[in-house]
Write a protein that binds this ligand. Structure first.
Ligand SMILES: Cc1ncc(COP(=O)(O)O)c(C=O)c1O
Length: 383
């Protein structure tokens, strides 16, 4: 089956009791058992441990990413935390992409580091840099590609080779491209992380996360954390995400085509200093983007001439675009990472990895592209 068929049918089947075509929201805490001797005969005991609606989404995501199974969490951060808890212990070391979502950096440095794990934030776009930072106690490599918000890419196959040589897992945050455009497991990675909040939901309707595993042992380790820490996704979130996944390919194609047109428009506007979009031939890693993904996604960033003041004026002048933190939805959003999504990253670290004060991040939605461009044009002309 091709992707567009799998995104609709994988993991779900008509409800055996009623024939309902949509998997019901199993809003039940507990499950009645046949007998002590047949405990768990139907597979469920308590909805913190497993829930049928969540299970349907887990199976769908595992199929779309090509993994053995998936585990769904209450947020993307809970998913990342579960990976750190499942594969690291006190005394271990992990290498993490130096440009990643600000929340990932905060989780590693402000929480998990307190429990005796050390982190190196390395330039994972450079495999030599990753090799240089390997230690005897390195137990995990965590990359995010394309990275939020700079869009820097990591060569998934190259870093997976390094992880395999060392016998440690390589986890890839695939939130920005989704399995429709990029499948890290096929490139050699071991674990795929999603903030399902973004493109998999696609409608600004939920907060959720998922980890897809290559092996049953990895999935079991994650499922243990899911149950022990009580961070399973809620059935209602799973249900909404199940519906969102069905239109993933159509949304990704339309949003990415809009993003390409917007990047080209910005490039031609005299008030724009620079534009970054993996689909532009000027993108420094354009060749890698073509090689490891089948599309460029719908995230774009740019800098306006006139620095921070001009960028702020632009963000205050847009009308159709919303100034908001999320990304990946059908609504087009504009974000100022330094004051919003990456406010918790140290200023020196931000500067080092290229998150400049004037960087404006666009999450391109599904509106008519001419309307989106017209709104950006009037805002830029006003700067
Ligand atoms: C790449 C990436 N990973 C993880 C997260 C965290 O996801 P959530 O907000 O669902 O906890 C985000 C959120 O912006 C993100 O952009």
């Amino acid at each position: 089956m091709r992707f567009s068929t799998k995104q609709i049918h994988a993991g779900v089947q008509p409800d055996p009791a009623t024939g309902a075509i949509l998997t019901p929201i199993y809003q039940s805490t507990t499950y009645v058992q046949d007998s002590v001797d047949r405990y768990l005969a139907k597979g469920y005991s308590y909805s913190r441990t497993a829930n049928p609606t969540v299970r349907a989404l887990e199976k769908k995501l595992a199929t779309l990413e090509g993994g053995v199974d998936a585990t769904c969490f209450s947020s993307g951060m809970a998913a990342i935390h579960a990976v750190l808890l499942a594969f690291l212990k006190a005394g271990d070391h992990a290498i993490v992409s130096d440009v990643a979502y600000g929340g990932t950096y905060r989780l590693c440095t402000k929480i998990v580091a307190r429990f005796g794990v050390t982190f190196t934030f390395a330039d994972t776009s450079n495999p030599d840099d990753v090799r240089r930072h390997l230690r005897d106690e390195t137990r995990l490599i965590l990359t995010e590609t394309p990275a939020n918000p700079t869009l820097k890419l990591t060569d998934i196959a190259a870093i997976s080779d390094i992880a395999r040589e060392r016998g440690i897992p390589h986890a890839v945050d695939n939130t920005f491209l989704t399995p429709y455009y990029q499948r890290p497991l096929e490139l050699g990675a071991d674990l795929v992380i999603h903030s399902t909040t973004k493109y998999l939901d696609g409608h600004n309707a939920t907060i959720g996360g998922a980890v897809v595993s290559r092996t049953p042992e990895q999935d079991e380790a994650l499922r243990f954390v899911q149950n022990a820490t009580g961070t399973i996704m809620s059935p209602q979130v799973a249900w909404l995400t199940l519906q969102g996944c069905k239109t993933l390919s159509v949304r990704m194609e339309r949003q990415s085509a809009n993003a390409m047109a917007i990047a080209e428009f910005l490039q031609s506007h005299p008030k724009v200093e620079r534009v970054c979009y993996p689909g532009l031939p000027s993108f420094p890693q354009h060749e890698l983007a073509r090689r490891q993904a089948t599309g460029f996604g719908a995230m774009v960033w740019f800098e306006v001439k006139g620095g921070v003041a001009a960028g702020k004026k632009l963000m205050d002048s847009v009308k159709l675009w919303s100034l908001a933190e999320n990304l990946g939805s059908v609504e087009s959003l504009v974000t100022h990472p330094v004051t919003m999504t990456h406010a918790d990253v140290d200023e020196a670290e931000r500067k080092r990895v290229g998150i400049t004060d004037g960087l404006v991040r666009l999450s391109v939605g599904m509106e008519d592209v001419d309307d989106l461009i017209a709104d950006l044009k009037q805002a830029l002309d006003a700067v």
